[in-house]
Design a protein. Sequence first.
Length: 115
Amino acid sequence: VQLQASGGGLVQAGDSLRLSCAASGRTVATYGWFRQAPGKERKFVAFVTWSGASTDYDDSVKDRFTISRDNAKNMVYLQINNIQPEDTAVYYCTAGRRWKATDYWGQGTLVTVSS
């Protein structure tokens, strides 16, 4: 499984941003997003099933983030609304053979939020 994340960049607080992840290779059960802020550990953000029917979020982001899946395009998205400086991080796309597994990782896309 290959994962290619994109969509990061420099944005202002309050903006919306959509991250994309292009997936290729074998079919997997779940896709996810993780993030790593400067000087901090990598943390879970959200999961979605292959079908897109089920999702799971970290409590800290569930009110502003939406994960979604486009099966036809084999894409995974992370919509971030009202983005805040604390959302500054490298965002990684993941895929797993079981629900909430992270067997595969993409290269990450950097999001920088200015206040």
